[in-house]
Design a protein around this ligand. Sequence first.
Ligand SMILES: *Cc1c(COP(=O)(O)O)cnc(C)c1O
Length: 467
Amino acid sequence: MARSSAWAEPFKIKMVEPLTMTTREQREKAMEEAGYNTFLLKSEDVYIDLLTDSGTSAMSDRQWAGLMLGDEAYAGSRNYYHLEDAVKRYYGYKHLVPTHQGRGAENILSRILIKPGDIVPGNMYFTTTKLHQELAGGTFVDIIIDEAQDPRSNFPFKGNVDLAKLERVIGEHGAEKIPYVSIATTVNMAGGQPIALANLKALRALTARHGIRIIHDMTRVAENAYMIQQLEDGQGGRSVAEIVKEICSLTDGATMSAKKDALVNIGGFMATNEWEVFEEARNMVVVYEGLHTYGGLAGRDMEAMAIGIEESVQDDHIRARVGQVFYLGQKLIDLGIPIVRPMGTHGIFLDAKAFLPHLPQTSFPAQALAAELYMESGVRAMERGIVSAGRDKTTGEEYRPELELVRLTIPRRVYTQAHMDVVAQSVQRVHERRDRITGLRMIYEPRYLRFFQARFEPIEPGAADQR
Ligand SMILES: *Cc1c(COP(=O)(O)O)cnc(C)c1O
């Protein structure tokens, strides 16, 4: 399907970190102690860690060298200026406010732009993004195309906005109630699905007519740009860097978790083209993060981020990164495992509803599948389904998302092809005994972002879940 097929890594390995192997018995005990929540496992007990691609990338020798160039002045660190330069050069945004990670930027931006009663349409929600919109008094409305909800649809740009849905939201609430449209590149919760450049341009034209901003969750913009290069008509001859910059140019501001695409272990920023928003953000960052020239980061972190941004938009890097993810996905497809199609750019999503059709959503099939996979082989994945979706803030009802997924997220530049083979075999072994997987019961539920800390226990075989 993709224009490029050879994806061999454009690097060689200079330093290694040993992995620990555990026995099935040790893993069962560890899983029980962790309340059947892979977020509560100790990393030491994990063999191949596919929990997240967030902050788990391997930095390059240039980035490590950059750490030594940290200018740890309280104010006006030279690393801040280097970062500002990288953001301007590769993304094109005018004003930068660094933050400790993505949600720090979301907090500040939501507080500045959203008033109580406002509506924030977006191409599917992301957990922390939506929570900050709600904490600021806004209500998120999903305007992603219907194909995004269908794990069997092969539509290549499932991150696209349904413009008719947006028109209806504007008609119903009025443009003045909509501070911005929230656009993610690529859409994490839909399974790492890209938005097409043509769709973004059409969205830009529509929002411009109504005077509504577009705010860009640019956490995985390089991966999105790569998919545009690979699949969108007329884009094959352009570099990823060019496409990244064009995507950013179609939006008014951004929040970034640099822990993903930008290849650092910690860091993020907010960017805007509007001076007033920037002024307000500079005021607010002092309250929540730190001075506007460090935003909760060390100078060395900003240096590594500036270098990471440059590395992240190189064609050979991104081809290898996405190529490895697709390699794992193709293996699973060949083994007959139900996964979300098309494959995501940062991970492969197992379709837990299809994998465990005998379990009702109230028995947390994706949570149960992630626990089984860990106990099978020490591979750590995470739930993206009913647990992650949480509850409606007014009614207290559980959301029942269409998609009930287990995410196998691939850290950048960390694991090898042989590791991907081990992961595929592990999933296959769980799949062979899927009929005997019974599901879970939640025994502890935190108030916010419950998936991080919720605890579960297995439902006894034969006992039907009563809820
Ligand atoms: C990770 C992520 C965030 C939040 O960023 P953090 O650095 O984890 O705070 C926001 N949006 C998307 C799409 C993400 O993947």
